[in-house]
Design a protein around this ligand. Structure first.
Ligand code: 13P
Length: 247
């Protein structure tokens, strides 16, 4: 049986209205692809510009973050309800760049994931070790802690994790297939321990059209989370088509 794969693009702090228009044109010519769930997570300010995509039905929108609170005095934050109003279905939480530059702890990430879920968004929870942690052979422990902290706060429902080793993000240094498969098993086992059954695990970190096929074909990989490749319409579509053509 072929299982649907996720291809999710995280634009990070990139893109403008012109890129939205290019992406919409490219996605329109791509058309729907069976067995692929395609999601674009642009900066908040561009969400509204993507409204046209929604008519196509086969592309979904996601946010790159979501507030820890439901509403109120949190200057600069965006709530889960606001994201729903902008037609988002997904919210990335716990990206390593936010953990690093905004000092987000596992508890903050868990609060964001819980808020997203409660509002009806599918949380895409990013986890992953940095290089020092990998070299000290702490990678599994770090990832297990990150996963557990979030699962403890979530209701038992469908959830997506993205394994993004920090050293693989934007470096061109993709994790090996055995590292990916091994950590995906760790994440799945931890989820099973908490009785979560509907769990998708994606890989992110230097995924490009050239290496996407091998990664997506791995048994425990339910899709990919793209950074750089997601702001290049040709690369994004090439990867979505690769997911579609998997045997
Ligand atoms: P790159 O694909 O640019 O390595 O980024 C991955 C990422 O951080 C997606 O969230």
């Amino acid at each position: 049986m072929t299982v649907a794969k996720y291809v999710i693009g995280n634009w990070k702090m990139n893109g403008d209205y012109a890129l939205v228009m290019q992406m919409i044109a490219a996605l329109r010519s791509m058309g729907p692809l069976d067995n692929v769930t395609t999601v674009i997570c642009p900066p908040f300010t561009l969400l509204h510009s993507f409204a046209e995509l929604l008519g196509m039905g086969h592309i979904h929108l996601g946010a790159q973050d979501c507030g820890t609170e439901i509403s109120g005095a949190r200057t600069g934050d965006i709530s889960a309800a606001m994201l729903i109003e902008q037609n988002c279905r997904y919210a990335i939480v716990g990206h390593s760049e936010r953990r690093r530059y905004q000092m987000e702890s596992n508890e903050v990430v868990a609060a964001k994931a819980a808020n997203a879920q409660a509002a009806g968004l599918m949380p895409v929870i990013c986890v992953g070790e940095n290089l020092a942690e990998r070299e000290e052979e702490q990678a599994e422990i770090i990832v297990e802690e990150q996963v557990t902290a979030v699962l403890k706060k979530l209701k038992n429902a469908a959830v997506i994790f993205a394994y993004e080793p920090v050293w693989a993000i934007g470096t061109g240094q993709v994790a090996s297939h055995s590292d990916i498969a091994g950590m995906h098993d760790v994440i799945r086992a931890r989820a099973a321990k908490h009785d979560f059954k509907d769990v998708a695990v994606l890989y992110g970190g230097s995924v490009k059209p050239e290496n996407a096929g091998g990664i997506l074909a791995l048994g425990g990989v339910d899709g990919v989370l793209l950074g750089g490749a997601s702001i290049d319409p040709d690369a994004f579509i090439a990867i979505a088509k690769t997911a579609h053509h998997l045997p």
